[in-house]
Structure formats: C-alpha cells, structure tokens
Ligand binder design. Sequence first.
Ligand code: GLY
Length: 588
Amino acid sequence: MTAEKRWHASSASLVLIASLLLSPAALADARRQTPSHPPGAAIASAHALATEAGMQMLREGGNAFDAAVATSAALSVVEPISSGLGGGGFFLLHDAKTGKDVFVDARETAPAAATPAEYLLENGEFNRDRAENGPWSAGIPGLPAAFVHLADKYGKLPLKTTLAPAIKLAREGFPIYARLVRGYASRRAVMERYPGTRAVFLASGAPLKEGEIFKQPDLANTLETLAAKGFDGFYRGDIADKLLAGVKAEGGRWTAQELAGYRVREREPVSVEYRGWRIVTAPPPSSGGIALAEMLQILEGWDLSKLDPAHRIHLVVESMRRAFRDRTFYLGDPDFVKIPAATLTSPGYAAGLRATIHPQKATPSDLLSGEETPLEDDETTHFSIIDADGNRVAATQTVNLTFGSGLIPPGTGVLLNDEMDDFALKPGTPNAFGVMGYDANAPKPGKRMLSSMTPTFMESPDRVAVLGTPGGSRIITMVLLGVLGYDAGLDAQAVAALPRYHHQWMPDRIQAETGAIAPQVAAELKAMGHGLDLPADEAAGGRGSSHVWGNLQTVLWDRKAGTLSTGSDPRNPVGRGEVMRMGTAAAK
Ligand code: GLY
C-alpha cells in the first residue's frame, strides 16, 4: 500500500473538530426564546403567476398549505415543461401549531405491466425510447392526490378556491416565455407523435411562440373536475377513463385499479443537526436528504469559514464524492426495500468517512468502491412558502425530462411524466442522465422510483429558511451549497444566486458553472489532484458546463431582525419571490 493509500484508509489519523455546535438542549432553549410568528408571509417560485396564485390564497384567508396547492397547480399550468398533474412531487410541511414536520410523498408509482423485460429490445439491448418517451415511460401520477391530501388534512380552503387560479390560467392562457419555446423545440419530435399532445401544443397550427398566449382548455376542465369531485375527479370516472384510453391507444397498459389505488404517503423527514442548525429534508424515495445529511455531517468537522476558497471547495467536494458513492447502492422506495438510513445519516458513520479525507489532496474516486453515477440534469420545479403563523412548505415537483413523456391522453390536457426512467429499468444500465441503479431501485408494481428532489428546511435560533431546486442529481449539491451559504450568513437572494459546483463520485471531476471557481483556485485544486471540468477548459478539451444549473427558490425568516425575504434564482427570469406584510404584498 502506498503512503497515499494508507492516508486515505486510515480513520485514526485525523482528529477533527466540531466545536461550534450548540447542544440539542441549548438549541431547543434558544428556539423557545425566539418569536414564533413571522411578520407576514413569503413565497418564492419559478413563475411569477404561480407565486401570485399562492399569495391570492393567503389574502383569501388560507394558510401555507392552501397556498402550496394553488402555487403547485399554477406551476402545473404555466410550467408544463417541468411539472404537472401528470407527474408527482414531494411536499415537506411544517405545521406551526403542532411543531411537527411531515413529508408528503406524491411520487409516481410503477404500473404492474412495466416489468424490466418490457424495456428491452429484441436483441436484449435497453429500449431507451420506451423508458423516456410515450406511455411506457409514465408512472401513475401523484400530484392530483397531493392536492386533495393537502386540502383535506392541512388546508383551510376548499379545492374549488385553491385550484381557481390554475383553472383561470389554463382557460384564459398565459404569455409563452423563451424557456418553454426552447424546451418544446428540444422535445418536438416526441411530442408531435401523439394526437392528444398535438391538439394542445399545435392548437394554433404552429409551435409555441414567445409572447403569444397559451391556452389549455382541456386542462382547465380536468382541474375543474378535480376541484369539484376531489380524488375521484381524477383517479376514477371520466378523466380516469380518458387517461386509460389515451395510454392504451399508444400501446401502454395501465389499469383502472392502478389509478384508483394511487395513494400519497406521509413519511418521517430526515433531520440532522449542523453547526447549530436543524436541517429537515427529504427521506427515501428521495436520495437527496440522506446524501445531504451525510455531506453535512462530514463537513461538521471543519469550520469552513476559516478556510481559503481552494481548501473549502476541496473539503466540500470530498464530502460530495463520498455521499454520492453511497447513493447508488442502498436507496429506493422504503415501502419495498430496507434502507440503512440511520447508519448512513449517523455522526459516527460520517466521522469514519471524514477521517479518510486528506486535507490537502483529492481522494481518487476509484479508491472508493462503488458504481458509476454520471451527471443528471432535468426539468423539475421547486417553491418555498412561509405563512404568518409560521407554517412552512418546501415542495419540489416534476414530470422528469423536459415535457415528461410528451404524451397527453386526448381530452385531458394532462401531460404524462416519464418518471419510469428514474427506476433502474435494466440494472447496471444508465438512465437518461447516465445514472445507474441496482436492486433497491428496480421497478415493482406500485413501487416509487428513486428521486433526487430535496425540499429542505433549516432552522437555527435566529433564522428559518425554506429551500430547494430542480436539477437532477445536482439538486442535492445545490441544496448543500445553499445550506452552507445560509450558514455563512448570506441573505436569501445571495443563496439563490450562489455560483455552483458539483461532484458525484464518478465521473471523477469537479463540474462548475462559469465563474464558480476562479482560475487561481482552479489551479490550486488541480495541484491537490482534482480533475476539473470548467467552462474555460472547453477549448482545452474539458467537458465543462455550457449552461447554468438549477432554479433555486428560497424564503428566509430572520427571527432576530423580524424580517422575511425571498431568493428567486436569477438564472430564471420568470421566477419571483413575494413578501406580504400586514396584508400587502411586496415583490422582492
Ligand atoms: N425526476 C427527477 C427526480 O425525481 O429527481
């Protein structure tokens, strides 16, 4: 064994410090002494019209959970590229009255017909088209059931009220924006395969054009039926019949029982203490919360603020490398597989991993056994809410790839997801993003596919933040950077704007947005042994990142200062945060 390998293998050679932690008792004490009500309410989402839909509910006497239904439904209408009634999502809730956090899992489920054999070509090769496009790529949708669940159990307003803004947006239309046009162009060949999709996206005879008004009358009718009849309005009866017929007409096999049998699940969130913060985040079937907890507990051993940028990025990257190595093997739907969550999120496990990190040198990823999980990037959306009672919602929802499966069953307006590709459909074969998976994430009837979505709360005696973002596997590292940003004292907008870098064990390279790593810092990281893919390296043959990542939406309640603020990702010009004080809304 070389000296280098001995260093990485030794867990006794580093004694690391966790001196800035408040004890849990001191944290609880401090929480009791701080005000329990924010000075108003705040919402940040990826589209101004969706933020306004949520704000409208708050003005009409609703709470954060009503606002969440309205914002989520409006995003389904104005951002069909990212999420919708035909997809799923995760809603992390904080109920101020009980003090409880709960995770509402509205992830799609696998139809029984979707066995791994159905995704193989005759020659045994993986049938990527089936996994990503059309009826076989779609799981049973979860988002409509989430609306019903939130309204019944947590909201104050009926669905007729909370879905009204989305119904209006679908019926009267909204202005088409540039990202929608670009997204359509990239998926056009698939979307134009299906008559139901053509009827919506080519209703005027031509593809979407920026600035024109996009109306979705069938989607308005479906939302109205859901508002009037609740769960049965979508999962049974006329809409369900049309969904089943549309899937069947394109060669898919869903059953009426699968639709009627869909249920959201309430789960215990993952929670972890980090430097005086309590972080509450997504449990399986998301991989995000466990990976986030693992990274934070590794990083707990250093005061990152005392390090120069190169050493700070080095240690953060080493934590990412180790968490992503674990991600492939153990995670899946907790209703189907036993997940060693307590071990993976324990301080002792993190201490063992931390001890394998050399303070000056990159650990070559091939020294850590595991399986490759290359980059993911996808369409998804996130919104964050705090209301005047202190209720909170962090919600991330998706149809997976841009415009999901591309299939709208005729007469429904419902664009189906292509979430089946998030399963390990052929173990050992990468999905659309090159992500591989194993038995824990193999499809089974009714099983939920593994996700990276990481809606998250952070709470310290002084500050409460809600955050999340789209971005495939980069979601997890973007949320990590957001958490570290808040811990470093940044405000909400600065957290949303933070330059991003990412490492996911394999490929063994740091990926970064333009400007995220200064040339001098990049040189120091290279000297430590890190591989870098920087945009500036493209000319020199590096893969780099030709685009920016994510769309982080966050709200912050500064309890000490008595202020609320929002951060809406500047990478997305149609996103918006709003703060409402004493009944007035102020855009931020
Ligand atoms: N489909 C993306 C995710 O759930 O992570």
